[in-house]
Design a protein around this ligand. Structure first.
Ligand code: ATP
Ligand code: MG
Length: 555
């Protein structure tokens, strides 16, 4: 089989075997999000796995909305999920909604009742929980467990008819209250919820539970390999029970892998929604969010996310992946693609006193020295330019090679300049530097007369285009991933996760479009914010800085 990326994993091996042994003729996978929030990078791992396997083995892959809980679901989420999957570079072979199968699921529930395999229970949710037993103690049978088939059929129909309040009754599978696997202790398979569903409206007031609905959805669609995360491992016997007892025509199999956890972030829709609802971030697509839409707006590329998901592998062992690993693949992806440019984040004016007033010359600068095919851009140079405030010090420490009184530096793509004076405001801040330039030292002229140790970047003042730079740090402090269910991560929000600077960029940046990506010399990779870009305001989001102390894990 073709395996362009030369990466394998245990699920792929199972598929190779199943095809070789003729257990399946072709494979069908699915990505089954619940539309109760926006997708995050953890979902991307599952998307890449399912879509790439189907593509590699020329099978089918379904995008299926697991929309069985009307209380949390919304069409806004459905639309965002479709957009995110497509943006990642994938097309589904079929688009499905679990809610389209409600009638079929209802029929299968009736079948269970008729077979004596399901019953209507009047116990409350609390009572059911109390009687479920523990890992070491068996559960107790509900007093309603031995209701007759006719009574159960009648009650279930009346549940559907809306006769009862939320929580008054449930339908439970009749399996084994003393099973060592708690999931098999008569799990609830239908509950009452008087709520409007985003797809079926008010047609239903009973809804199937995940554990019952999911296997049926897979079987209806002819899914062969139903891939999910490890927390569903203990539910696999129930999955198989439902397929068998509901007499489904096809037999999907469930396989589990470890979910992705990343450092310095939270990865659960519930927690991400809390950040949005509390106003901690500016929506689901805030560039600090680990959502696909946040990563997109920040500037991560689909290629870098796909490579990341492939390289971290698919295993049964859980762990926390360093988010710098993703940054590495972003740099790799943009290295040859992103135009280089110069931008000043914190401007300080420099006057070149021996440069003729009113004169402007246009200098050549490579668009990408690592990819010369991208050509050359022209940048203006004149008597007044901006440099970074950090690139000048009145009293520099040792080994400071940038501008200070008496020192000479190279201006990238231009000339050597030497500082001979500076101006302070009434608060003692340096507000202007005076330099002279040496016309002999023009970049590209082959000048070898003398060397300087520092090269700094700059932008010519009269043509400079104002721009806002948004600099990001991790949203959540602490390397530890927050696995517990408390909301304590809200106490670990990084107050410096967003810093805004107002500076200048080269004149050719006037025409940028949302999502254009650049490498700003000495600063890093930036993305044009598509949301806050307007005719007179350019916003650049820092994607990643240029270098990282991070070392790739050994493979
Ligand atoms: P969350 O806890 O973030 O709400 P979820 O599992 O409830 O996630 P679903 O919409 O049910 O979200 O997930 C759709 C698919 O994505 C499932 O198959 C699920 O196993 C997978 N998935 C969710 N989170 C991760 C993750 N962190 N790593 C890998 N796969 C994930
Ligand atoms: Mg969920």
């Amino acid at each position: 089989m073709e395996n362009p990326n030369n990466t394998s994993n245990f699920i792929r091996n199972i598929i190779v075997d199943d095809l070789k042994e003729g257990r399946v003729d072709s494979i069908v996978t699915r990505f089954p999000p619940e539309p109760n929030g926006y997708l995050h990078i953890g979902h991307a791992k599952s998307i890449c796995l399912n879509f790439e396997l189907a593509r590699e083995f020329k099978g089918r892959v379904h995008l299926r909305f697991d929309d069985t809980n009307p209380l949390k679901e919304d069409t806004e989420y459905v639309e965002s999920i479709k957009e995110d999957v497509q943006w990642l570079g994938f097309e589904w072979d079929g688009l499905y909604f679990a809610s389209d199968y409600f009638e079929e699921m209802y029929k299968r529930a009736i079948l269970l009742i008729e077979k004596g395999k399901a019953y209507v229970d009047d116990l409350s949710a609390d009572e059911i929980r109390q009687m479920r037993g523990t890992l070491t103690e068996p559960g107790q049978n509900s007093p309603y467990r031995d209701r007759g088939v006719e009574e159960n059929l009648d009650l279930f129909e009346r549940m559907r008819g809306g006769e009862f309040q939320n929580g008054e009754k449930v339908l439970r599978a009749k399996i084994d209250m003393s099973s060592p696997n708690i999931n098999l202790r008569d799990p609830v398979i239908y509950r009452i919820a008087h709520a409007t569903h985003h797809n079926t409206g008010d047609k239903w007031c009973i809804y199937p539970m995940y554990a019952f609905a999911h296997p049926i959805e897979d079987a209806i669609e002819g899914v062969t390999h139903s891939i999910c995360t490890l927390e569903f491992e203990d539910q696999r016997p129930l999955y198989d029970w439902v397929i068998e007892q509901c007499e489904m025509d096809s037999t999907p199999h469930q396989y589990e892998f470890a979910r992705l956890n990343l450092t310095n972030t939270v990865m659960s829709k519930r927690k991400l929604k809390l950040l949005v609802d509390e106003g901690t971030v500016d929506g689901w697509d805030d560039p600090r969010m680990p959502t696909i839409s946040g990563l997109r707006r920040r500037g991560y590329t689909p290629e870098s996310i796909r490579t990341f998901c492939r390289e971290i592998g698919v295993t049964k062992g859980s762990g926390v992946i360093d988010s710098k690993y993703l940054d590495h693949f972003l740099r790799e992806d943009l290295k040859l693609k992103a135009p280089r440019t110069m931008g000043i984040l914190k401007p300080l004016k420099v006057v070149i006193t021996n440069y003729p007033e009113g004169q402007v010359e246009w200098l050549d600068a490579e668009i990408n020295p690592e990819n010369l095919e991208m050509g050359v851009r022209q940048i203006p140079f004149s008597r007044e330019i901006y440099i970074e405030q950090d690139d000048f010090m009145e009293n520099p420490p040792n080994k400071y090679f940038r501008l200070f009184p008496g020192n000479e530096v190279r201006l990238k793509h231009a000339y050597f300049i030497k500082c001979h004076d500076f101006v302070k405001d009434e608060n003692g801040n340096v507000v202007e530097i005076h330099c002279t330039y040496d016309p002999e030292t023009k970049s590209g002229s082959g000048f070898t007369g003398r060397k300087v140790k520092g090269t700094i970047h700059w932008v010519e003042a009269s043509h400079a285009v104002p721009a806002e730079f948004r600099l990001y740090e991790p949203l959540i402090l602490d390397e530890e991933n927050d696995e517990d269910e408390s909301s304590s991560f809200l106490d670990r929000i990084n107050a410096n996760s967003l810093v805004k600077e107002h500076g200048f960029v080269e004149p050719n940046m006037k025409e940028v479009k949302g999502q254009d990506k650049f490498q700003f010399f000495r600063h890093g990779y930036f993305n044009v914010d598509p949301k806050d870009l307007s005719d007179d305001h350019i916003v650049f989001n820092l994607i990643v800085s240029l270098k990282s102390s991070f070392e790739l894990p050994k493979k």
